[in-house]
Design a protein around this ligand. Structure first.
Ligand code: KG4
Ligand code: ZN
Length: 355
C-alpha cells in the first residue's frame, strides 16, 4: 500500500464502492479519493480454461454466486460498513451482456437500499482512471493504450470523466485474444498471455520474422490487426509438426510476442507525437506483459514521453478501477446515472457515464 497515492486529508473525500463484472472477474473495489482501500476479485477463469475461452453463461452464473461474498470481503478489507459508502459505481459496458447485467443489477440494488447515487461507467475509462490510485492525478491530454482480451484501442484523453476520444483500434482480434489463441496453438493453456510471457523469457525474439499487421504505408497508422499474425503463427507451427520436427515453443512465443509489442509500442508513440502528448498510459490485461513494459519505456524515453502503467493486478479487470473512476466523477461533480440506466454490451468509448 505504501506506493499508493494518498490525499492530504483522506477522510474528507467520498467513499466509493465499485463493481466490475464485464467479463470473467467479479471485482469489488473501495476507494476514498485516490486512496485504494480494498480490491476484492473473484475469478471464474478456471471454469473457462477447458473451453479455451470465456463462456458467457458460465461467467454470468459465477458472478451471481461470487457477488455478495466479494462485497463482504471488500468491506472487511477496507474496514468499513455499507452505511459508510457515499456513492456507487459499476461497469455499464462494454462487455458480455449477461455478465454486465449481474453487476448492474447488484449495484443498483445496493444504491437503492443505501439511497446513494450510482454511476454506470465505461469499462475502458475505468481502465485508464485506475492509474490515479498508483501514480496520482492523470495529466491533461494523455494518450491511453488499452490492450486486453476484449479490446485494443488508442485513445486521446483530455478528461477521463467526459472527453475520451478514439484514435485507433483493432480491426479484428484484440491483442489479448491473439495471445490466448497462439497459446492454444502452442498447447500452453488459458489464459495465454501470462504463459506466453513466461515461455518467451527463454526464447529468441528474432528467431522468426512474424508479420507486423497494418504497418504498410497505406494502412491506417493508428489501427491494429492481429488476426493475420495469429494465422501466420498457426501455419508456421503446423508446418513444423507435419514435417515431424520439434516446435521451438520458447522461440515461437518470443517472436510472436515481439511482433505484438513492436506494433503496439510503435503506434502508441506515434499517437503521442501526433497529439503532442507527453504521457502515455497503458492499461488492460496485456499491459501486464513484461516485454511490452520494457519496450514501451525504451521507445518512449527516446521520444521524450513518460509512460504510466499500473501494477499488473490493477491492469487486469478489477473493481478498484471502477471505484477510482466513480470517485473522480464525484470529485468533478458529474451528474449520476438514473437508476434505470442500461447495461450496454457495446457502449461506445466516448460515453463515459451511462444514461
Ligand atoms: O483486462 P483483462 O483482464 O480482461 C479483459 O477485459 O479482456 O485482460 C485479459 C487478457 C487476456 O487475453 C490475457 O491473456 C491477457 O490479458 N494477459 C496478458 C498478460 N497477462 C494477461 N497478455 C500478455 N502478457 C501478459 N503478461
Ligand atoms: Zn478490461
Amino acid at each position: 500500500m505504501t506506493a499508493l497515492h494518498r490525499s492530504k486529508n483522506p477522510t474528507d473525500e467520498p467513499l466509493v464502492l465499485g463493481f466490475e463484472t464485464s467479463c470473467d472477474e467479479t471485482g469489488v473495489g473501495i476507494v476514498r479519493g485516490n486512496t485504494l482501500l480494498a480490491d476484492a476479485v473473484a475469478s471464474s477463469v478456471d471454469e473457462h480454461a477447458r473451453f479455451g475461452g470465456v463462456v458467457p453463461e458460465v461467467a454470468s452464473r459465477a458472478h451471481l454466486e461470487a457477488m455478495v461474498p466479494t462485497v463482504q470481503r471488500a468491506l472487511s478489507e477496507a474496514g468499513v460498513t455499507l452505511a459508510d459508502i457515499d456513492a456507487i459505481a459499476v461497469t455499464a459496458g462494454p462487455g458480455l451482456a449477461g455478465a454486465l447485467l449481474v453487476g448492474a443489477a447488484a449495484a443498483k440494488g445496493y444504491a437503492l437500499a443505501l439511497d446513494k447515487p450510482i454511476y454506470g461507467v465505461n469499462h475502458l475509462a475505468a481502465h485508464i482512471c485506475v492509474d490515479q490510485l498508483e501514480h496520482g492525478p492523470l495529466p491533461e491530454g494523455c494518450v491511453a493504450m488499452l490492450v486486453s482480451g476484449g479490446h485494443s484501442s488508442l485513445l486521446f484523453v483530455p478528461d477521463v470523466t467526459g472527453d475520451v476520444q478514439p484514435l485507433g483500434q483493432t480491426i479484428d482480434d484484440a491483442a489479448g485474444e491473439a495471445f490466448d489463441k497462439v497459446a492454444r496453438v502452442l498447447g500452453l493453456g488459458f489464459p495465454g498471455g501470462p504463459l506466453i510471457d513466461k515461455a518467451a523469457r527463454d526464447g529468441d525474439p528474432d528467431a522468426i520474422a512474424f508479420p507486423r499487421g497494418l504497418t504498410g504505408p497505406r494502412d491506417a497508422p493508428l489501427d491494429f490487426s492481429f488476426s493475420g499474425l495469429k494465422t501466420s503463427v498457426a501455419r508456421w507451427v503446423e508446418k513444423r509438426e507435419r514435417a515431424g520436427e520439434k516446435v521451438p515453443i520458447a522461440d515461437v512465443a518470443a517472436s510472436f510476442q515481439e511482433a505484438v509489442v513492436d506494433v503496439l509500442t510503435r503506434k502508441a508513440i506515434l499517437a503521442c507525437k501526433e497529439r503532442g502528448a507527453d504521457h502515455l498510459l497503458i492499461g488492460g490485461g496485456v499491459a501486464a506483459n513484461s516485454r511490452l513494459r520494457v519496450l514501451a519505456e525504451e521507445r518512449a524515453a527516446k521520444a521524450g514521453i513518460r509512460v504510466r502503467v499500473p501494477r499488473p493486478g490493477l491492469c487486469t479487470d478489477n473493481g478498484a478501477m471502477v471505484a477510482a473512476l466513480g470517485s473522480e466523477l464525484v470529485r468533478r461533480g458529474r451528474t449520476p446515472s438514473e437508476l434505470d440506466f442500461p447495461a450496454d454490451s457495446s457502449q461506445p468509448v466516448v460515453e463515459v457515464i451511462a444514461r
